[in-house]
Design a protein around this ligand. Structure first.
Ligand code: BGC
Length: 437
């Protein structure tokens, strides 16, 4: 790591604060909802809306984010997202009525959507080739830390029913990100794409990316969506969209957003123990992601995905069986299964989705293609979050987890057949590989 220059380190740090905000803002609702529904006397439909409105905002912003990221640059987009986080946190924390709360959460969602288009692209473009997987995984690590801190804040403020603190505190890291933003270097590859070679050179030098410089030049940056007519390009677009889809439909956010309820299904009766078990989930999520940071550029993306998906399938299968044949030992099995499932997700599909979508697209369409993949991600995130409890009600938790297991098997087959190994290849080499079909 000694060859990482300070400006590069600072840029990575400021970008990853965005990941933290993403994780915190989406997960904090788990505990805050307990009190918000009381305060505003929300019926179940409005409760569902209050949880998912942030995801709607994210959907909206990811559809427009690609244009912003490509046209005005990665840095401006990141700063926009920080502003959305601040305004959203303040409006929802100070909300005098449900509508105002929903508005605040929607604005927060705009920040989440924009950051999820910007941060992975930005990170993969400033990373030295040999560390690219690790850099983008830092972003996932920041998401998981955000989730964990949100769960902890839920716990800290639970006694005083301090939901305003829980949602409002998101403004703090966002302000910090704005304060540190002068340290951000714009992506040199974005400069190259805009024909500003001189600036690209300067930034690459500043970031210490000498080896990457010549390589980046080999990429033809003037094409557009017409590039999709070339061999291999449609397939590559499809791979990014599919991996984004699988990241959500294999059930991660059923666990992240509804962990306390799931722990109640398996027999943890007090709210306090359910929240504590949830903190356990958050911690395992962080620890397994740290393992992924270390493994990604060593073992490779594909093998980790295959191992992770196998583990996810097995643990989901155990949870499903435990729910079907319910007994006191089944409760224990399903809790261990849930923890194992989160660990396998965190070392594979969690980070690698972001790594792959940020590196497999050609520079010419990167911003927009990443935005499309992120849009798919938020769409299915939204659908799972909105329907999970209802479907559990209709067909039972066992069947739902069985379905997630079946989808994990399909994801495994998909990765095995279609996903290319990109470890150790520069972005330009990946692009050349794809252009060759
Ligand atoms: C996913 C989120 C999920 C988080 C869990 C991210 O990669 O995109 O939807 O909540 O991982 O750690």
């Amino acid at each position: 790591m000694s060859f990482i220059k300070r400006p590069l380190l600072l840029t990575v740090l400021v970008i990853t604060i965005g990941g933290f905000l993403f994780g915190y803002s989406t997960a904090v609702i788990a505990g805050a909802m307990l009190f918000i529904k009381e305060q505003f006397s929300l019926d179940p439909v409005s409760q569902g809306l209050a949880v998912s409105v942030v995801l709607l905002g994210a959907l909206g912003a990811s559809s427009l984010g690609g244009i912003l990221v490509d046209r005005y640059g990665r840095k401006i987009s990141l700063l926009f997202s920080a502003n959305f986080f601040i305004i959203g946190a303040l409006i929802s924390a100070g909300a005098a009525n449900p509508d105002m709360f929903m508005l605040g959460r929607f604005i927060t969602g705009l920040g989440v959507g924009l950051v999820s288009v910007t941060a992975p692209t930005y990170l993969s473009e400033i990373a030295p080739t040999s560390l690219r997987g690790g850099f983008v995984t830092f972003y996932q690590l920041a998401i998981t830390l955000g989730i964990l801190i949100a769960y902890l804040m839920n716990f800290v403020f639970v006694e005083e029913k301090g939901w305003r603190w829980m949602v409002g505190l998101a403004a703090v890291p966002a302000v910090l990100q704005l304060l540190l933003s002068p340290a951000l270097c714009e992506s040199p590859r974005w400069f190259l794409g805009k024909g500003c070679d001189e600036k690209a050179h300067q930034v690459m030098q500043r970031l210490g990316l000498k080896g990457e410089l010549a390589d980046a030049h080999r990429v033809i940056a003037s094409a557009s969506w017409s590039i999709l007519h070339r061999r291999g390009m449609r397939l590559v677009l499809f791979i990014g969209l599919a991996i984004s889809f699988f990241q959500q439909v294999t059930g991660i956010n059923a666990v992240i957003y509804y962990a306390p309820q799931i722990f109640e299904f398996v027999g943890l009766s007090s709210a306090e123990s359910a929240v504590l078990a949830t903190i356990g989930v958050g911690s395992i999520n962080v620890l397994a992601t740290i393992l992924a940071v270390w493994l990604l550029d060593r073992a490779g993306r594909k093998i980790l995905l295959l191992i992770g998906l196998s583990g996810m399938t097995l643990s989901l299968g155990c949870i499903a069986l435990a729910f079907v044949f319910y007994s006191s030992s089944a409760a224990l099995i399903s809790m261990i299964g849930l923890m194992a499932y989160v660990a396998f997700f965190a070392m594979s599909l969690g980070p690698i989705t972001w790594v792959l979508i940020s590196e497999i697209y050609p520079l010419a369409i990167r911003g927009k293609a990443v935005a499309l993949a992120v849009l798919v991600n938020w769409l299915f995130n939204y659908l799972v979050a909105l329907t999970f409890l209802d479907i559990v009600d209709r067909i039972g938790a066992g069947a739902v987890f069985g379905l997630f297991a079946a989808l994990s098997i399909i994801a495994f087959l998909f990765v095995w057949r279609f996903v290319p190994e990109t470890k150790g290849k520069s972005l330009a080499q990946i692009e050349a590989m794809i252009r060759r079909g």
